[in-house]
Ligand binder design. Structure first.
Ligand SMILES: Cc1cc2nc3c(=O)[nH]c(=O)nc-3n(C[C@H](O)[C@H](O)[C@H](O)COP(=O)(O)OP(=O)(O)OC[C@H]3O[C@@H](n4cnc5c(N)ncnc54)[C@H](O)[C@@H]3O)c2cc1C
Length: 512
């Protein structure tokens, strides 16, 4: 039996892991978390994925309690701005496509939709809520879609059957602090100290970590949550890190925390705006926005990127301090090696587009619990874990490369190069197929990676890459029901916009 787990690192990954292990195994295992006061957290990672609700429900936490304590906001999707280079925008919401007579509304839109307006405004209800900056909850707390309210209890990502309509924005440091209280109240030992040396036995397995002031911390299983440093998994165990920079070249970011001009003007979505050499995020938290420019230093210097970011979001605020971050893009060949499991940035990072960092953490800890070892550390269990983790990351990698390949923007050296850059071979085949037919579950990346075919289709159509003509079959079908469905979405959207409070007003009621 494994009795003790040592987690090194107290960022989002460390505290999510500590909390989850306690929620899963309670006092049947001892958990120690050691974090350095001298090495700061990455300090970004404020937008999430709709599956995050499984995490908070698993911990038994109520949104109305934790969200206001983490400066939280709602995220109904992502608004992509200027990815054509002409100022247009579209939404990629957390909403599946409706189906009429066996064909998705995206297929119907290609055949009979109004092509003078973006597809997302016609096929998704959520786009209207984003446009009107509405909360997904009524003032009485009920959700705008029926049947999805209530706690899921101890469910995992694999049980996500219905598409939950939103995710969260939150302050990464406040989430870490909130989860720290949760975990320590449930018995996690918290050590604030610097790990100076990682000790190994004669077979290379980790036997302990030597700290500056608390001696050697020993355990059966070690979780490396040390961020991009990968102190256990890479520096000690020498695990190979496979870079994705050949296909995803953004390797730096510069972030700013910006007070909102009008505090109440709070959007319920993340914005991803294409810039000259990358893209910029805007993440609305309750009282401020998080902003950042993700770019490739082959095309722009950090100084130029900071200047472009400041001009875009805070032209008069020289007092705001910029956080320059170097990103390690790629994944470990294996994230679980011997008795060490890397979770968070020490395991993998694709880049912040589509906000998958915290999703990877959640996926990793769920899988760690499902594959939790005994002292034999069965290699088959470890292999199964690594296979799942790698597949999820590789799927997201493909999906992100698609964003750059499918975008019609090609006006700067960065965007021109994105069209000729290498791409994973299977993605090239998938994009070829998409010239004839929209994606379905058979033609997207075939293993679990968090995104469904509706996401792949939202992105290619929004980005301007779409089948050359509608499916021939649709010309033989009666379009009456499809047209009625387009009208129904319009009517439902207008009703919802009228009934729902603004995103800010609803959150203000939770913050009272
Ligand atoms: C620019 C950028 C934007 C991002 N945006 C998003 C987003 O919008 N959504 C999303 O889901 N994800 C995002 N991510 C990813 C997200 O930030 C991370 O997945 C998340 O913050 C987890 O980080 P971490 O805990 O792995 O690492 P960190 O936050 O870096 O924490 C590392 C921890 O290790 C400790 N440590 C390091 N060395 C030692 C030592 N020697 N001894 C003891 N402790 C040590 C540090 O003190 C710290 O506590 C983004 C990442 C980047 C780079």
């Amino acid at each position: 039996m494994i009795h003790s787990v040592v987690i090194v690192g107290g960022g989002t990954a460390g505290w999510m892991t500590a909390s989850y292990l306690k929620a899963a195994f309670a006092d049947r295992i001892d958990v120690t978390l050691v974090e350095s006061a001298a090495v700061s957290r990455i300090g970004v990672g404020e937008a999430t994925f709709s599956t995050i609700r499984h995490f908070f429900d698993y911990l038994g936490l109520d949104e109305a309690d934790w969200l206001p304590k983490c400066a939280g906001g709602y995220k109904l999707g992502i608004r992509f701005e200027n990815w054509h280079g002409n100022g247009e925008y579209f939404y990629h919401p957390f909403e599946r496509l409706r189906v009429v007579d066996g064909f998705s509304l995206a297929d119907w839109w290609l055949a009979i939709g109004d092509h003078s307006r973006p597809m997302d405004r016609q096929v998704f209800l959520t786009s209207a809520l984003c446009e009107a900056k509405r909360s997904p909850r009524m003032m009485d707390g009920s959700l705008f879609v029926s049947g999805l309210d209530g706690s899921l209890g101890k469910s995992t990502l694999a049980e996500q059957r219905a598409q939950f309509p939103y995710a969260y924005h939150f302050d990464a440091d406040q989430v870490a602090a909130y989860l720290r209280s949760y975990a320590t109240e449930r018995g996690v030992r918290h050590v604030v100290d610097n790990v100076q040396e990682v000790l190994q036995d004669q077979c290379g397995w980790i036997s302990g970590v030597r700290t500056a002031e608390h001696g050697v911390l020993t355990g059966d299983l070690f979780v490396d949550c040390t961020g991009f440093r990968g102190i256990l998994i890479n520096k000690t165990l020498g695990t190979k890190f496979e870079s994705f920079e050949d296909v995803l070249p953004n390797n730096r970011a510069v972030a700013l925390r910006v007070p909102r001009e009008t505090e109440t003007d709070m959007a319920p979505y993340t914005t991803a705006r294409a810039m000259s050499a990358g893209w910029m995020w805007t993440i609305p938290l309750f009282r401020r926005n998080g902003n950042g420019y993700v770019y490739s230093d082959q095309f722009i210097t950090p100084e130029e990127a900071e200047r472009e970011l400041r001009e875009a979001v805070a032209p008069d605020r020289d007092d705001l301090e910029a956080n320059h971050i170097r990103m390690r893009i790629g994944r470990n060949e294996r994230s679980w090696v011997k008795n060490c499991v890397a979770v968070g940035l020490s395991s993998a990072f694709v880049e912040p587009l589509e906000s998958t960092g915290i999703f990877f953490i959640q996926h990793a800890i769920e899988q760690l619990v499902k594959h939790f070892p005994d002292k034999t550390f069965d290699p088959a269990l470890i292999e199964a874990y690594n296979r799942r983790i790698n597949r999820a990351i590789d799927g997201v990698k493909e999906f992100l490369v698609l964003h750059y390949k499918a975008s019609s923007r090609a006006d700067t050296p960065y965007w021109k190069e994105s069209k000729v850059r290498a791409m994973p071979e299977p993605l090239a085949e998938r994009l070829k197929l998409a010239e004839t037919q929209l994606f379905d579950e058979e033609t997207i990346y075939p293993h679990y990676h968090g995104f469904e075919s509706y996401s792949w289709n939202s992105m290619i159509i929004g980005l301007g890459y779409r089948p050359k003509k509608p499916l021939p079959a649709l010309a033989h079908l009666d379009p009456t029901d499809a047209l009625a469905e387009f009208d129904k979405i319009k009517t439902e959207a207008a009703e919802m916009v009228a009934a729902l409070p603004s995103c800010y007003d609803y959150l203000a009621s939770l913050n009272e």
